[in-house]
Design a protein around this ligand. Structure first.
Ligand SMILES: [Zn+2]
Length: 347
């Protein structure tokens, strides 16, 4: 696996609605494996690989992995302190934002930190309380006048991390869903010929409501849609277990709060995994959501499902995945590209 590419993707700064820096990495990768690559009006990249052999109208498989990460948007710069006030882009747990280094994407990039009062000055009551996101600010260490010159409302703020090996795992911010984008790119490279037209979509604005995939699927009108995204593993500290485990293989996502995977697609993914000896497990939950929902409900609807990379510490700066699971997901998505025509299709 090209871990250097995964690192570049995960370290890049691309919050919802501002995914350009990620797209700049993804576009040449898509161009290398597709016949043509387009950018849609929202900023999603759509790479199309023609069906391998003619004869009849080929089916259309759309893969979708989102380029955006959770981030923050500036609402104001405090008049006297110069602290930067923000609102969330996507689902944050404010506790994970405290004490983080961030980058403010102003007129020039500004390093920032999210600080809180030191423990020495907190009374017992305050020590026991979790902060609220609306109470947190970004400190860039500059005078209020200087910050106001460089930062304006609407600028975005992102987490800063480099990808690191963590024992058997790798950890970084934004693995949700840059690892999914990576799986999609590597699967397109690995897949053999397919009688199906394949559209690999690197989507935008997933974290704020699966928006980019909705527009992209409306354009593509796929027969079959497959989202590739992370899912919460059940084996982190403080968790009760159950659910997926890191290192136990690709997660075939059967259900979450946004979508129920199509039965035929879940069955095909399982049988391909068995046939090709790909380690796999199932993710079944009544929480969370992915681009699957947008793929499934676009136009007249599509057969849709999701392959997920199990992840610890989702939506934090220390998200962690197991490279063996990433490999398994690449193999499973590549298998689907080659064999998706075995699904029933009625158009
Ligand atoms: Zn995601």
């Amino acid at each position: 696996m090209r871990m250097d590419l995964l690192a570049r993707l995960a370290e890049a700064h691309g919050p919802s609605g501002r995914e350009e820096a990620v797209a700049a990495i993804v576009r040449p990768e898509l161009e290398a494996v597709c016949d043509r690559v387009e950018t849609d009006p929202l900023g999603s990249l759509l790479g199309t690989r023609a069906a391998a052999n003619g004869g009849g109208t080929p089916g259309r498989l759309m893969l979708a992995a989102h380029m955006d990460e959770i981030g923050l948007m500036v609402t104001a710069v405090d008049e006297s302190s110069g602290f930067v006030r923000v609102i969330p882009l996507g689902g944050w747990d404010a506790r994970t934002l405290v004490s983080q280094r961030v980058l403010v994407h102003g007129r020039e990039p500004l390093d920032g930190v999210v600080g809180t009062p030191p423990v020495h000055v907190l009374d017992a009551d305050a020590r026991g309380k979790a902060p609220k996101l609306e109470d947190l600010v970004v400190d860039t260490g500059r005078s209020a006048d200087r910050v106001r010159e460089l930062v304006r409302p609407g600028d975005v703020v992102t987490r800063v991390r480099t990808l690191r090996t963590l024992g058997d795992l790798v950890t970084c911010k934004a693995l949700d869903d840059r690892v999914g984008v990576f799986v999609m790119l590597e699967a397109m490279r690995a897949a053999g010929p397919s009688p199906t037209e394949v559209i690999a979509a690197a989507t935008v604005q997933e974290e704020v409501g699966l928006r980019g995939a909705r527009a992209a699927a409306g354009r593509v009108r796929p027969h079959v849609g497959l989202a590739i995204d992370t899912c919460p593993s059940g084996d982190g500290p403080g968790q009760k277990g159950g659910g997926t485990k890191l290192g136990a293989g690709a997660a075939i996502r059967v259900m979450d709060a946004s979508a129920i995977g199509s039965r035929a697609l879940v069955d095909l993914l399982e049988s391909l995994a068995v046939e090709r000896d790909i380690p796999h497990q199932f993710h079944v939950s009544d929480k969370g959501g992915t681009d699957t929902a947008s793929l499934q409900l676009s136009g007249e609807g599509s057969i849709a499902g999701c392959v997920s990379i199990p992840q610890r510490y989702g939506h934090s700066s220390v998200e962690a995945v197991h490279p063996d699971d990433v490999r398994a997901c690449i193999d499973l998505v590549a298998a689907l590209v080659e064999r998706v025509h075995e699904l029933p299709r009625d158009s």
